[in-house]
Write a protein that binds this ligand. Structure first.
Ligand code: PHE
Length: 486
């Protein structure tokens, strides 16, 4: 006879009592259990042995969403507005905005309009107050005990977070022929240890104990445990890919000079991206002193190309501008300084760090975001190497389709844009190129440098399947709990 666990024995013994279908409630009562999970798991075990047949049916039901729960305690928005309007017959839109939350007034008036309440010369007007009241009380009844068959379901489905449609599974169990044939004395419950405790291990009793085996095929509740934020997990993954590819990580400060952030990168001093409306300049430190020799070299490069073959940008280069303090607008400011400090040693360096730009927040923009920056400097470094490196990186991230297109950055030549195919569309993820001589020569760099900078949040949107970048940072616990472990 098959090995049965105690709960399985108990449940089988109960089910031997009568034919036909047993509901969960009946099983729980017959077995004297109060934990549904035990019954479900014992039922599964018995069905694996062929002693019990499980019938499952699923049905749709309605439950309240977060706003729905609020509506049950505080009343539906239209009900509260209607009450207010009736208690204050001459009320105007202004009274509404003073007595209701800002986000409620607009949608609330919309709801009332749908019920036949108009705004007439600034005051509320209606023809049939009884009908309005009746409709509102029907809605209130619905939200107090939502029901899938109620005709108001469609209306509530269209409103945000009021209700949710859920699928509920109902199971019943019935005994099979072979289940009935199991001898009762085979169903004596034996003590089996389900949990290993320190006490058990310290005593000798474990030596003769029987242990309950795990059945990993059973359904179980998902345990809620601490875990990394998806962004942090993604950063870790990117970090390990670059480390695996032989790169070292660079970490540097947010606060930088315009000189390193822009002048060193041959970004002209009148470039639009340098304007106050695009860059966060600092009051403190307003100025950061830079080496006069550097300033002299940059001035020469910008004004006439210095000792390079370049003609520079012309015009007047202002070393005061170079010493302005700012929040870095890209992480290229860090790789360029690394190169300035180590101009002769071949290197592969990456950084995943935060940058700042004066952007208004919307679905695809944040004023603070992260870049995945990197450089390769070595004799013979070239465009093919750069493209292969980026392709390899995205391939390891799970995006094998990568293409590059010509682009422009003041500090690279050639310059390119990297795009990744996602859900059939090409998405731009960042820029790359080979540093220009105007950038490398003043710093004493002799070998070619491949460089790139990509958006981390953009990539996170792909990995997590988001269409709104803000979701990454709003600390929505339910969403966070349900994120896959990367
Ligand atoms: N710094 C560029 C950006 O912020 C990206 C880039 C880095 C381009 C390195 C070329 C080389 O978009």
């Amino acid at each position: 006879m098959a090995e049965l666990t105690n709960p399985e024995k108990r449940m089988l013994k109960s089910l031997q009592g009568r034919d036909g279908y047993w509901t969960l409630q009946e099983v729980l009562e017959a077995c004297d259990w109060d934990d549904q999970a035990i019954a479900v798991s014992a039922g599964h075990g018995l069905s694996n042995h062929g002693f019990v047949k499980i019938s499952e049916s699923s049905e749709l039901g309605v439950i309240l969403g977060t706003e729905g729960e609020n509506a049950v305690t505080d009343g539906l928005l239209e009900a509260r507005l209607w009450e207010f309007i009736q208690a204050n017959p001459n009320s105007t839109m202004k009274d509404i905005s003073q007595n209701f939350e800002r986000h409620e007034a607009g949608p609330g008036i919309g709801l009332l309009k749908g019920l036949g309440v108009r705004l007439d010369g600034g005051k509320f007007a209606y023809d049939n107050p009884d009908e309005v009241s009746r409709n509102i009380s029907e809605r209130t009844n619905f939200i107090n005990s939502p029901n899938i068959d109620n005709p108001l379901l469609e209306h509530f489905k269209g409103r945000k977070n009021l209700i949710e449609i859920v699928e509920a599974v109902t199971r019943t169990w019935s005994i099979t022929k072979s289940g009935k044939d199991v001898e009762t004395n085979a169903l004596e419950e034996v003590v089996k240890i389900a949990e290993i405790t320190p006490e058990l291990l310290q005593s000798d009793s474990w030596k003769n104990a029987e242990f309950r085996p795990y059945d990993v095929s059973l359904e179980a509740a998902i345990p809620r445990s601490g875990r990394s934020h998806p962004m942090q997990a993604l950063i870790e993954r990117i970090r390990s890919i670059f480390l695996e590819m032989g790169f070292s990580e660079l970490v540097d400060d947010y606060v930088q000079t315009a000189g390193w952030n822009m002048d060193a990168l041959f970004i002209p001093q009148d470039h639009p991206a340098r304007e106050m409306q695009d860059t966060f300049y600092l009051d403190n430190p307003r100025q950061i002193k830079l080496d006069p020799k550097l300033l002299k070299d940059w001035k020469a490069i910008h004004e006439h190309g210095g000792d390079t073959e370049s003609t520079g940008w012309g015009g007047n280069f202002d070393p005061e501008i170079s010493q302005k303090g700012l929040l870095r607008t890209h992480t290229t400011v860090n790789t360029i300084q690394y190169l300035a400090e180590n101009p002769e040693d071949s290197c592969r360096v990456f950084a995943i760090d935060r940058v700042f730009r004066k952007e208004s927040i919307d679905k695809t923009h944040l004023p603070e975001f992260h870049q995945i920056e990197g450089i390769i400097m070595e004799p013979g470094a070239n465009l093919g190497m750069l493209v292969t490196t980026l392709k390899t990186f995205y391939e390891k991230m799970g995006y094998p389709e990568v293409r590059v297109r010509p682009a422009y950055f003041p500090y690279t030549e050639p310059s390119l844009e990297v795009e990744v195919k996602w859900r059939g569309k090409w998405l731009e993820l960042g820029g790359a190129g080979i540093f220009r001589p105007e950038v490398t020569e003043p710093l004493g760099i002799k070998d070619p440098v491949c460089a790139w900078g990509m958006g981390l949040e953009r990539l996170a949107m792909l990995v997590l399947g988001l269409d709104d970048i803000r979701q990454l940072y709003i600390s929505d616990l339910e969403w966070l709990r349900n994120q896959p472990i990367l």
